[in-house]
Design a protein around this ligand. Structure first.
Ligand code: FA5
Length: 350
């Protein structure tokens, strides 16, 4: 018996190829109710003179099995450790994973282009507050209390009587209070209007305000400036159209539009369209008067009466829609990576 028991046990141990399988074999032979233990427990049934030799024989078998078990266990443990090390090995010489490159938001792109154009034309760039006093947003801009633009549905009013500016024209007033003519400035920033959103209207959007004040400035200076800007943005062939319009802070006032031809539409022989980009006009004398009043209050000289100037305010969202063929203004702020992700790479010149 012991020889065959030992031989089968060793064969089973050698063929156990996992630590779990080896554990099963171990329990079967040397476990508490294993075959060897059973052999030992049967010693008591043998005649006393045979017990000693039989006991010794069984112990030799048990030690033999145990030695092979230990060796197999050690070798399986080594193999499993080797496999683990191999699978978790890191090749430090491999190149790293490339990080996806970011991109500038289309509005930032348009702003950068605009600021470049106006910097080249000698304009100073400034920014101003989004939370504004009623006086700078309306009153000083010749927008009296009864003007429809001050209605509750157009303006976000704050509890303390201030408001979220509805346009960047507040910066005309702020800039003139601080600076004397002649001057040229552009101001960019966010503006807010309490109105329903649709494909071309958002409640928060951006504007770029422009202001030029000096002596003998005329409407043709204004038209030339807007044409220069449109050509800088949309190419030398860009066409600009002016239509009379009313803004309380300019006289005369106009809206300007750019004719846009989608390159694909052009290939297909489709007509382009006029897209209104902003308002403009000659600074109203009442604005100069209000600015001088504010200057006087601040202990500064009245320097604006008798001066001439023009102002314009435009929407970069509409320009970006035109330039990049984006059909709905709401895409700009939906944070959909499918939309924003298109403004990586070549559009950024990266
Ligand atoms: C104004 O805000 C005047 N302050 C512009 C101005 C400045 C006129 C200086 C004369 C002199 P208007 O409300 O039309 O004007 O807005 C100007 C431009 O902002 C629009 O032509 C349009 O491009 C953009 N805009 C207006 N409302 C929205 C809106 N809800 N969503 C996105 N863009 C808008």
């Amino acid at each position: 018996m012991p020889d065959t028991l030992q031989a089968t046990a060793i064969a089973e141990i050698q063929s156990a190829d996992t630590l779990e399988a080896l554990q099963v074999v171990k329990t079967k032979y040397v476990g508490k109710s294993g075959l060897i233990t059973r052999e030992l427990s049967m010693l008591g049934k043998l005649p006393p003179e045979e017990r000693k030799t039989r006991g010794a024989e069984i112990n030799v078998v048990r030690q033999g099995i145990q030695a092979v078990l230990d060796e197999r266990e050690a070798s399986l443990k080594r193999a499993s450790l080797d496999a683990k090390l191999q699978s978790e090995a890191i090749d430090v010489t491999l190149p790293g994973l490339p990080l996806p490159s970011g991109g500038l938001h289309p509005i930032t792109r348009v702003y950068d282009d605009l600021i470049n154009i106006f910097t080249r034309l000698g304009y100073n760039t400034v920014e101003g507050p989004e939370v504004e006093e009623e006086h700078y947003n309306f009153e000083a801009l010749n927008i009296p209390w009864y003007h429809p633009a001050r209605e509750l549905q157009d303006t976000f009013w704050l509890a303390d009587g201030r408001l979220l500016r509805t346009h960047t024209s507040n910066m005309q007033v702020r800039y003139m209070v601080e600076h004397e003519p002649p001057l040229k400035m552009v101001s960019r920033g966010k503006v807010y209007r309490y109105e329903a959103t649709d494909a071309t209207h958002e409640a928060m959007f951006h504007q770029l305000e422009g202001l030029v004040v000096g002596e003998g400035i005329t409407m043709s200076d204004l038209k030339g400036t807007i044409a220069e800007m449109a050509q800088g943005l949309f190419g030398a062939g860009a066409k600009v159209r002016f239509q009379p319009s009313y803004y309380p802070f300019v006289e005369p006032g106009a809206d300007f539009s750019v004719y846009w031809q989608n390159p694909r539409g052009q290939m297909e022989g489709k007509a382009g369209k006029w897209l209104e980009l902003g308002g403009c006009g000659m600074v109203h004398p009442n604005v100069f008067r209000a600015v001088d009043d504010l200057r006087e209050k601040a202990g500064k000289a009245r320097v604006y009466e008798g001066k001439t100037g023009f102002a314009f305010g435009l929407g970069p969202e509409r320009m970006a829609m035109l330039k990049y063929g984006i059909p709905d203004i709401r895409y700009f702020y939906a944070n959909d990576p499918k939309v924003i992700g298109q403004f990586r790479g070549e559009l950024n010149g990266v």
